[in-house]
Design a protein around this ligand. Sequence first.
Ligand code: NAP
Length: 243
Amino acid sequence: MSKVVIVTGGSRGIGAATSLLLGAKGYAVCVNYRANRECAEKVVATIMQNGGNAFACQADVSREADVINLFDATEERLGSVTHLVNNAGVLFAQSRLADIDLERFNRVLKSNVISCFLCSKEAIKRLQPGSAIVNVSSRAAQTGSPFEYIDYAASKGAMDSLTKGLSIEVAASGIRVNAVRPGFIYTDMHADGGEPGRVDRLAPQIPMQRGGSADEVAHTIAWLLSEEASYVTGAFIDVAGGR
Ligand code: NAP
């Protein structure tokens, strides 16, 4: 089966590293982005320069119409979708729960949970046996991120429930659904939380004494998508340096 993957939020950070790795491994890649076209096009250009196949596709994956267009456009450009990485996600400024308003809570749930729900739903209508989905959750789902972003942590907890439930619903159809739970990874996301240097500050609390790279997460995602993980479903892999 020729492999066609959609990586949501493939323009930057973990999504970009995953798109590049999967492109190098022979997947045709739809590099999804919401706003940052230039970064998405750079990822596509690198994949193509290395002999792969990819295209960039704008879609806000928290919107159902955009998600349907994303899958239709991918099928038209690359062929039937065989794999999905639900990676797109956001967080906002570090705050206690008491200072998080309803609008922000709704935005986080829409961007992190509704997006995963919509993309997974669209995927399972189209995926064939042998296909796989990987959700990019977070260690925050289990730590709860007190004093920083409980809203974000709760959205990742919901993603974990979705992963578990869906993995069982589609297991007999030959579709695998797994998740990675990254810890502190060097990407732009921490600047969105108001602290670009957060990973370095927290590194001494990590058993391995360092933050992780987007590439290290990408390799775990690629393994979960691959045939090497053919008997793995409903599983969660922490990529968090022992934390
Ligand atoms: P990032 O560098 O901020 O990149 C986020 C990506 O998501 C960008 O490509 C962005 O697109 C895209 N995106 C956001 N909302 C979107 C939407 N509604 N529709 C389509 N694309 C959207 O973040 P990252 O650190 O790589 O995070 C990737 C995933 O890993 C997230 O789910 C995050 O929660 C998870 N994670 C990260 C860490 C960490 O330490 N970095 C730890 C645990 C889990 P644009 O470029 O167009 O803005």
